[in-house]
Design a binder for this molecule. Structure first.
Ligand code: 5CA
Length: 158
């Protein structure tokens, strides 16, 4: 294959290791935010998977949150068995995942992260997640994402 961004190639390979065959699509106008991605793809905002990185008591964890929901940090703290939850800075996102904010995929990270999943994602036949850049996304059945990620489905929304 030619013209595939190295980040996207890493996401495709990570998916394959999890038994998933994904076909990322490139949108030149950008998919950096959930709204941009929904507009570009032509799906509901709720079908976009936000892969959000937070610190819970010093542990970096990952939450998949529906594009139409806001993460409740206290719920994520409880889900992770901790007390304090806060955002981490862009450098920590890069060093733990290997990807930039706005392009963080749901798997294929540099370090293994515990994953917590917003159940609202499961109401759709297909959801879309970042494929490693600000322009690349892929579609997947949410149940496959749950299975492959090993994440815990639990209420996370504000
Ligand atoms: N590509 C899109 C759709 S899949 C995407 O990645 N959206 S996202 O929501 O998962 O990633 C952007 C998120 O990063 C924002 O919702 C925001 O919560 C978070 N974010 C933005 N700026 C920062 C920052 N400085 N530090 C930590 N997180 C940030």
């Amino acid at each position: 294959m030619t013209g595939v961004h190295a980040n996207v190639q890493r996401v495709i390979e990570a998916a394959a290791l999890l038994g998933l065959d994904i076909e990322p699509r490139t949108f030149p106008d950008g998919t950096r935010t959930a709204q941009e991605a929904a507009d570009a793809i032509g799906v509901e905002l709720g079908q976009i998977v936000k892969s959000l990185i937070f610190g819970v008591d010093g542990e970096v964890v990952l939450a998949y949150v529906s594009g139409s929901n806001q993460l409740d940090e206290s719920k994520l703290a409880v889900a992770a068995g901790g007390a304090m939850c806060q955002r981490v800075d862009a450098e920590v996102v890069r060093s733990t995942t290997g990807f930039p904010i706005g392009g963080v995929p749901p798997f294929g990270h540099l370090t293994p992260l515990r994953i917590f999943i917003d159940p609202d994602l499961l109401q759709y036949d297909e959801v879309w997640a970042a494929a490693g850049t600000w322009h690349d996304v892929f579609g997947i059945e949410p149940q496959k994402l749950v299975g492959a990620s090993g994440g815990v489905v639990t209420d996370l929304k504000r």
